[in-house]
Design a protein around this ligand. Structure first.
Ligand code: HEC
Length: 153
């Protein structure tokens, strides 16, 4: 009786060991597979970064967006010398211009292109006229950014 149970325990132990080692062999394969595919993924990602240079793209986009900020364009082109946000100085306030052109973005765009006459302070139009040369020379996107700046302030 004792001998038999010893035998049974031994067999069970051997079977278990066989299973475990077999299982760990499988697990090892799996780990190797995962490692291999992860390495491949990393390689693909590295190639992608190498080819597309996302950091440079982000930098370019940031620069473009900055260039297209109406507020920055307004500063960079010296418009601030004569236009304040709320108060009339040499020229009408930005808000006054925005109110005059509310719902009329096309009208403001055409003024900035030099294609239509002043409507806000007609008597002072001669002072603004030379400035329109600056806005005429801008790209459509830059003018659109300026229009957005006037109408959304
Ligand atoms: C030397 C002062 C001066 C500068 C600089 C100046 N403006 Fe003006 N701006 C005026 C005056 C004065 C008026 C009022 C006359 C008028 O309404 O056109 C005016 C009016 C305007 C109007 C209203 C136009 C309308 O229909 O009456 C817009 C829009 C405008 N300016 C945009 C700009 C932008 C954009 C810049 C910068 C590129 C700029 N201004 C720079 C003096 C200036």
């Amino acid at each position: 009786m004792k001998k038999r149970s010893f035998f049974a325990v031994g067999t069970t132990l051997m079977l278990t060991l066989a299973l475990v080692s077999c299982g760990s062999e499988e697990a090892k394969d799996k780990v190797e597979d995962v490692a291999e595919s992860t390495t491949k993924h990393i390689e693909v990602a590295e190639d992608f970064v190498e080819e597309t240079k996302p950091a440079e793209i982000v930098e370019e986009v940031v620069e473009e967006v900055a260039a297209l900020s109406g507020a920055d364009l307004f500063m960079e082109n010296g418009c601030v010398a004569c236009h304040q946000m709320d108060a009339k100085t040499v020229g009408p306030a930005i808000k006054e211009i925005g109110a005059a052109y509310a719902d009329n973005a096309d009208g403001l765009t055409s003024f900035l292109k030099g294609e239509s006459d002043a409507i806000v302070d007609v008597a002072m139009a001669a002072v603004m006229a030379p400035q329109v040369e600056t806005t005429k020379a801008m790209s459509d996107e830059e003018r659109a950014a300026l229009v957005d700046y006037f109408l959304n302030n």
